[in-house]
Design a protein around this ligand. Structure first.
Ligand code: NDP
Length: 229
């Protein structure tokens, strides 16, 4: 059984990933930027008979990243899987011709830079066979046609995909794999009520990547299948 940390896990796909991994018997650390929301999520899982651990973690806060690495090391000894799930898609991200610089900075910091910084920090408490999973999006694809929706969000996921490939290359000698995935369009606060998928479907590939025999490294996945970048 593995020790697995999930970011942005108080709701949505991250919460469901925690639920499924805990049901499989893993030791799961649910993290959230607001302690109250994180504790409520932990209590909800406890009411289903599932015991998870909580740590506060705003993924854009370098101090909190350092503290959480120390806490994982002290409480659990090591981390086997890091799931960089936290992400934002603010309503103001409408047109690439009029993007607000502050919104642009916030999206890039949360969706692309934070997963990079978390990965850099947590590899120090991973053994060989450690795994890093990036929650990306087909919106970041360089293969599919541009849709025009939430352009900075899409660019942030393209950047996340590029970080995934470069991290995978840099970590190949250490035996730590780095993969990205798209959950599909999922009914969450971010995905909205019209999305065709439920959170169980959205969480599935992350759960599978956490435990499957050998996912390779530097790849992007959807529905347990490799997809083009
Ligand atoms: P939700 O909006 O339901 O959940 C997003 C989570 O990220 C929340 O827990 C939120 O916390 C957290 N979060 C945001 N900013 C931070 C931060 N600075 N530090 C820590 N946590 C933070 O979205 P989803 O569950 O749908 O999205 C999860 C991931 O899946 C995202 O990376 C998203 O881009 C990706 N994705 C989702 C798709 C979809 O259709 N839903 C499609 C493709 C990709 P808080 O409650 O405090 O805001």
């Amino acid at each position: 059984m593995k020790t697995i940390l999930v970011t942005g896990a108080n709701r949505g796909i991250g919460f469901e990933i925690v639920r499924q991994l805990t049901k499989l018997g893993h030791t799961v650390i649910l993290t959230a930027r607001h302690a109250g929301a994180g504790e409520t999520a932990v209590e909800k899982l406890a009411s289903e008979g599932l015991k998870v651990h909580f740590m506060p973690l705003d993924v854009t806060d370098g101090r909190q990243i350092k503290d959480s690495v120390e806490e994982v090391r002290n409480r659990f000894g090591r981390l086997d899987v890091l799931i960089n799930n936290a992400g934002i898609m603010p309503a103001g991200d409408k047109s690439i011709l009029e993007t607000d610089p502050e919104i642009t900075r916030l999206i890039i910091a949360t969706n692309a830079l934070a997963p990079l910084h978390l990965s850099q920090a947590f590899i120090n408490c991973m053994n060989r066979e450690g795994r890093i999973i990036m929650m990306s999006s087909s919106g970041g694809s360089m293969t599919e046609a541009i849709g025009g929706w939430s352009p900075v969000y899409c660019v942030s996921k393209t950047m996340l995909n590029a970080f995934t490939r470069h991290l995978a290359f840099a970590l190949s000698g250490k035996g730590i794999s780095v993969n990205a995935m798209c959950p599909g369009w999922v009914r969450t606060q971010l995905g909205g009520p019209n999305a065709p998928r439920n959170v169980e479907q959205g969480a599935d590939t992350a759960v599978w990547l956490s435990g499957c025999a050998d996912p390779g490294s530097g790849r992007i996945w959807q529905d347990r299948q490799e997809i083009p970048w």
